[in-house]
Design a protein around this ligand. Structure first.
Ligand SMILES: [Cu+2]
Length: 525
C-alpha cells in the first residue's frame, strides 16, 4: 500500500556520518535569475525531448540544482536555467561523469528539541543521487547513497567513472535519501536518464531508427485515503486494483498523454525508464504489432549466454526502476494508443489501473525514418566482461525475506533499515551467489540491488524461459488463503566485477516501502 511519506524523523547517524561528505555553502556560486518553467517545447502536445549532455574530452559535466516548485512546493531539478528538467546524460564506456549537485531548497527549522532525540532528524529537504544500474564503485565521490548527503544551501560533486566494459544501454539517476525517496524520486519526479552508447554497434539496424527516450513519472502527492495509516485496518486495501486511483498524474518526459508520431510501417527505437514510485507498467499498444524487445535494465538480452538478441511480445512488464528498450512499428491505421494494462499487485497492493500513456499518430509530413522489413541482426559483439562470461557455480546461498506489519513498517529478514546497523551480508568480490527472495506479504515487492546485475532463474518454482540480466524484479505476493505460500524468486547474484567493493544497499524499489524500512546494507570485500 502507498503510505504518506514519513516525517523528518530518521536516525541520527545519517547527519553524523555524512558530515564530512557535504561540501561548503553555496554563497560563492553565481545566483541565477528565475528560470523558465516546464520542458515542453514546440507546438501541440508532442512528446518533449529532454536536453542531452555529452562528454567533451572524455568527461561529461552536469550542473544540477534542486529547487522548490513554485506551485506545488515539491522539490524539482533545475538544469541550465530550466525548471523541472533533468538532462539525458550520454556517455561512452570509459568516460567520466561529473555532476555538481547544488541544493537550493529552503532550510528547514532545526530539529524539534522535544522530539525523540535532538539529533535524531534529517532535514526533509536533504538530497543526494544514485546512478541506477551502472556497474560503478559504491564509494564516495561516486555512487554512494549511504554517506553522501547535500543539505539545503550546500553542494557536492559526484565523480563517476564508467568502466570501459560497461554494457551499452539505458540507466538513470535519482535521489536516494532514506525516508524521502518516494517523495523526491517518485512523487516529485526527480529523475533523469543515462545512456551508455554502443547498442547500435551490436545491433546496427537500430542506428537507422528514430530514438524515443521516454521517462515515465507518476507525480503529485498520493491521496491520504489510506486505512493503514491508523494501524487499525486489515491488510486488504486493493479490492479493485484495475479501477482504483491514487491521485498521481502520469507523464512522459513531463507531458501528460503526449502525441508520438510514427508513420505506418516505420520502426522506432523506444527506450523507456519506469521512474514512478510504485507503478508496474504493463506496456501495450492497441492497434500495434507488438514490441521487439532489445534490452532490459541496460543490458542487451543476449548479454546472457544463450538468450536471443530480440524477443517479440505483445506486452512488456516494467517494474518500478526498470528499463525496457524495444522496437515499435507504426500501425497501418496510422493511430494507436500506448497504454498500460492493469497490473494486479496483490490483495494489499497499490492500485495499478489501466492507463492511457500516449497517442501514436501519423506524422503530418514524411520526414525520413526506417521502413526496412529486414530483421535486426547482430553486428559487433557486446563488450567483453563478467556478464558475457559463463557463470561459475555459486559460492554461497542466502535467503532474503520481505515482510511487513500494519504499523506500517517493512522488513528484510525481520529488520527495518538502519544506517547504524552493520551490513546484513558480507560477500566476496569475485564470486557469484544464489539468492532466494521470499515475499510473506499480500502485495508485490520490487527487489533491486545497487552496483550489480543478477539473473532470475525461477519465479515461484517455474524456470524463466529466457533468462537475462536485470537489476529490478517483481517478487510475487503470498498466495491467498490460510495455507498460502510465500512468493519466491531464485536468482544468481554476480559479484565478480572487481570495481564493486565497499558498502551499498539492496531494497524494495516501491519507494515508500524502502522509506519505511525495506532496505539492507551489503558489503563486498
Ligand atoms: Cu515493496
Amino acid at each position: 500500500m502507498i503510505r504518506r511519506r514519513l516525517g523528518i524523523i530518521i536516525v541520527c547517524a545519517w547527519l553524523v556520518a555524512c558530515g564530512d561528505r557535504v561540501s561548503g555553502p553555496v554563497n560563492s556560486l553565481p545566483q541565477f535569475a528565475a528560470a523558465p518553467s516546464l520542458q515542453q517545447a514546440g507546438g501541440g502536445n508532442d512528446l518533449p525531448e529532454p536536453p542531452v549532455v555529452r562528454a567533451v574530452g572524455g568527461v561529461a559535466r552536469v550542473a544540477l540544482i534542486v529547487n522548490e516548485n513554485r506551485s506545488t512546493g515539491q522539490p524539482e531539478f533545475e538544469f541550465d536555467r530550466m525548471r523541472a528538467v533533468a538532462p539525458t546524460i550520454e556517455l561512452n564506456p570509459g568516460e567520466t561523469l561529473i555532476v555538481d549537485l547544488r541544493n537550493d531548497l529552503p532550510k528547514e527549522p532545526p530539529p524539534d528539541a522535544t522530539g525523540p532525540s535532538p539529533d535524531a532528524s534529517v532535514m526533509r529537504d536533504d538530497v543526494n543521487l544514485h546512478f541506477h544500474g551502472l556497474g560503478v564503485s559504491p564509494q564516495a565521490p561516486g555512487d554512494d547513497v549511504l554517506t553522501t548527503l547535500v543539505r539545503p544551501g550546500h553542494r557536492t560533486r559526484y565523480v563517476v567513472h564508467i568502466p570501459k566494459n560497461q554494457e551499452p544501454g539505458l540507466y538513470w539517476y535519482h535521489p536516494h535519501v532514506h525516508g524521502e525517496a518516494n517523495f523526491q524520486a517518485g512523487e516529485s519526479g526527480m529523475s533523469g536518464a543515462i545512456v551508455i552508447n554502443g547498442l547500435e554497434h551490436h545491433l546496427p539496424g537500430l542506428a537507422k531508427m528514430k530514438q524515443r527516450l521516454i521517462i515515465v513519472r507518476a507525480m503529485g502527492e498520493s491521496g491520504d485515503a489510506d486505512p493503514m495509516m491508523d494501524g487499525m485496518a486489515p491488510m486488504h486495501g486493493n479490492t479493485n486494483p484495475c479501477t482504483s486511483k491514487d491521485g498521481l498524474t502520469v507523464t512522459l518526459n513531463g507531458a501528460h498523454q503526449p502525441d508520438i508520431s510514427i508513420a505506418a510501417g516505420e520502426k522506432q527505437f523506444f527506450r523507456v525508464v519506469n521512474a514512478t514510485g510504485h507503478k508496474t507498467l504493463r506496456l501495450n499498444m492497441d492497434g500495434g504489432s507488438g514490441f521487439q524487445i532489445i534490452a532490459i535494465d541496460g543490458f542487451a538480452l543476449d548479454t546472457y549466454h544463450g538468450t536471443p538478441p530480440t524477443l517479440t511480445e505483445s506486452t512488456i512488464t516494467i517494474p518500478p526502476a526498470a528499463r525496457a528498450e524495444f522496437v515499435v512499428t507504426g500501425p497501418a491505421s496510422g493511430h494507436a494508443k500506448l497504454r498500460t494494462l492493469c497490473y494486479d499487485s496483490g490483495p494489499n497492493g497499490d492500485a495499478d489501473p489501466y492507463l492511457y500513456l500516449a497517442h501514436i499518430v501519423a506524422p503530418k509530413s514524411r520526414m525520413g525514418g526506417d521502413f526496412s522489413k529486414a530483421p535486426l541482426t547482430v553486428g559487433s559483439p557486446l563488450p567483453d566482461n563478467v556478464y558475457t562470461e559463463a557463470l561459475p557455480a555459486p559460492s554461497a546461498k542466502r535467503l532474503v525475506v520481505f515482510s511487513e506489519n500494519n504499523k506500517p513498517h517493512f522488513f528484510i529478514n525481520g529488520k527495518s533499515f538502519s544506517l547504524r546497523a552493520p551490513p546484513m551480508f558480507v560477500v566476496h568480490t569475485g564470486t557469484v551467489e544464489e539468492w532466494t527472495v521470499e515475499n510473506l506479504t499480500q502485495e508485490i515487492h520490487d527487489f533491486h540491488i545497487h552496483q550489480i546485475h543478477f539473473v532470475v532463474e525461477t519465479i515461484n518454482g517455474v524456470k524463466v524461459a529466457h533468462p537475462h540480466w536485470a537489476d529490478s524484479v517483481i517478487i510475487p505476493h503470498r498466495s491467498e488463503g490460510p495455507k498460502g505460500s510465500p512468493g519466491k524468486v531464485v536468482m544468481l547474484m554476480d559479484f565478480r566485477d572487481p570495481v564493486i567493493r565497499g558498502e551499498f544497499v539492496f531494497h524494495c524499489h516501491i519507494l515508500d516501502h524502502e522509506d519505511q524500512g525495506m532496505m539492507a546494507k551489503i558489503e563486498a570485500i
